[in-house]
Design a protein around this ligand. Structure first.
Ligand SMILES: [Zn+2]
Length: 218
């Protein structure tokens, strides 16, 4: 899987938000706010760092961040300032792992700020289209647990269907792992290793496939 910094005009296939999305107002993202989006993990340090950088840039630019269009992208003059800055940071990163983590964190940080006050934190749909009241919670069969390995571009994406897993079964039964976010990756792969040790009947083919995905990381 190849990763690059994102440029305007990419991802034309993604859904477009109907009109301006939420603004970045409200300061830094707290752990509680982060977890309300569907994860039990602490706020990843690299995401917190990117959000802080965006807010600092906003403060020094004296211009309010605006998000909108495809994938909660930055809009206006601020977008160009931020784009130059993030490309400069990207160039200083030594290896592909660091570049991947920064890439993922930037995607997620923009989505977090751009979705504030616009998307429902449970169903990831615009608040006027919220479907939470239509979802019936359900228990998974005892001993079954899902992991959802999600690309950062799919985080807070309205047409993401994987989110239904934890919305229906709960975040302890269906856990979110965001690709490229080290804390999430560590939690998921550690859980797989523990499961492998404790449950020798674990489907080795599935495990091998997942481990293969990891080996294919850029
Ligand atoms: Zn909702």
């Amino acid at each position: 899987m190849a990763f690059s910094t994102e440029t305007a005009g990419e991802e034309a296939e993604e859904e477009a938000l109907p009109g301006p999305a939420g603004a970045g107002g409200g300061g830094e993202v707290s752990s509680e706010e982060w977890q309300r989006w569907g994860t039990s993990s602490p706020l990843p340090t690299v995401v917190a760092s990117v959000v802080r950088q965006l807010l600092e840039m906003e403060s020094s630019a004296g211009e309010k961040m605006r998000f909108g269009g495809v994938g909660s992208k930055l809009k206006g003059d601020f977008k160009d300032v931020e784009d130059r800055k993030h490309r400069a940071v990207y160039q200083t990163l030594a290896d592909s792992d660091q570049k991947l983590q920064y890439y993922s964190a930037r995607q997620i940080g923009c989505r977090l700020l751009g979705s504030r006050g616009y998307l429902c934190q449970k169903c990831w749909l615009p608040m006027e289209d919220c479907m939470c009241s239509k979802l019936a919670p359900c228990n998974l069969w005892r001993g079954i647990r899902f992991w959802l390995y999600m690309h950062p571009k799919d985080f807070l994406r309205q047409n993401n269907t994987g989110k239904l897993l934890w919305q229906v079964f709960g975040i302890q039964a269906a856990s979110l792992c965001l690709f490229g976010i080290q804390e999430h990756e560590d939690i998921m792969w550690d859980a797989f290793q523990r499961s492998g040790n404790l449950k020798p009947t674990l489907d080795k083919q599935t495990c091998g496939f997942l481990l293969g995905m990891r080996a294919c990381r850029p």
